[in-house]
Design a protein around this ligand. Structure first.
Ligand code: NAD
Length: 288
């Protein structure tokens, strides 16, 4: 088993990808952020710079640690630069066919022993593994938003995922400074997406029925249940476009209870994807 030194993050310009890349760089790994074009990787780097600056300001990182972490990050477009990676973390759009195609291509680019991890929120890892040609070395590592702050990685075994792959990824998560839970059965939505989507969907229905306003629905979860964020703020942060895709596939797996209500479909139809576009259930300017 090769020692993991360089990690490629595919979709590294996106919301999750840049945060995952940042965590890995701060933990001492060399990181290659890969995305579709230069604009995307520049966006990712700009977010990392902002986030690292915040950590320095809060005293969580010294300026020297920031500079060293930043120097470990390189970028690339396309997938070819993944050839140098000892581990790949995929965080592209939540689209099963796109993920399968990416993993199939990566199989031809990366060394055979390289483990592929997907940050999918709910797709079966076995379906991604099958497309990769190396199902025993494919696993789900489901990070939370924003990755530098959130403490958990949900690790998901596909049917063929080997014990060695699981052990390597659990060890890696520890080196990233994260806690883990293991989802042993490769079922849609794993543990955490089933839990959070149930809450978010009920919050959307409450808003749609006019039972309470959005601010109070969020406040109920924060003050009543001690959640760090309300469910509608959570989905505004994560992206309504991503949510709708996840909900469609969860509906396929579990039925009507996961179907997106009209209120969120209308926002997405109008191009309001949450804070990343400036507007969702509430307006917050553009997300960091
Ligand atoms: P995003 O849209 O912010 O980022 C996706 C990135 O992938 C973009 O930069 C895009 O250009 C890039 N991309 C798309 N297709 C690509 C390809 N073929 N090759 C390389 N790059 C490609 O999305 P996100 O919110 O960061 O979500 C990414 C993944 O993480 C999804 O699977 C999502 O379900 C999962 N996830 C998201 C959250 C969240 O809160 N947003 C939380 C946990 C998991």
């Amino acid at each position: 088993m090769t020692e993991i030194r360089r990690i490629a993050v595919v979709g590294g310009g996106g919301q999750m990808g840049n945060g995952i890349g940042q965590v890995a760089a701060v933990a001492g790994f060399d990181v290659t952020l890969l995305d579709v074009d230069r604009d995307a990787t520049d966006r990712g780097l700009a977010r990392i710079d902002k986030s690292l600056a915040r950590l320095v300001k809060r005293g969580d990182l010294t300026e020297d640690e920031r500079d060293r972490a930043r120097a470990r990050i390189t970028t690339g477009t396309g997938l070819d630069a993944a050839a140098e990676a000892d581990h790949v973390i995929e965080a592209i759009v939540e689209d099963l066919a796109a993920k399968q195609e990416t993993f199939a291509r990566l199989d031809g680019i990366c060394q055979p022993e390289v483990i592929f991890a997907s940050n999918t929120s709910q797709f079966p890892i076995s379906a991604i593994g099958r497309a990769s040609g190396r199902a025993d070395r494919v696993i789900g590592t489901h990070w939370f938003n924003p990755p530098p702050i959130m403490r958990l990685i949900e690790v998901v075994r596909g049917l063929e995922t080997s014990d060695q792959t699981l052990a390597t990824v659990l060890d890696l998560a520890g080196r990233f400074g994260k806690q883990t839970i293991v989802c042993h059965k490769d079922t849609a939505g794993f543990v955490t997406s089933r839990l959070i989507m149930a809450l978010i969907l009920e919050a959307m229905r409450l808003a749609e029925e006019g039972v309470a306003d959005v601010a109070d629905i969020n406040k109920a979860a924060v003050l009543g249940f001690n959640h760090a964020m309300g469910p509608l703020d959570t989905v505004d942060l994560g992206g309504l476009d991503t949510f709708i895709k996840a909900s469609a596939s969860m509906t396929e797996a579990y039925g009507e209870r996961f179907r997106s209500p009209q209120i969120v479909r209308t926002l997405v139809n109008a191009g309001h994807y949450g804070w990343k576009t400036g507007r969702g259930f509430s307006d917050r300017g553009t997300a960091e």
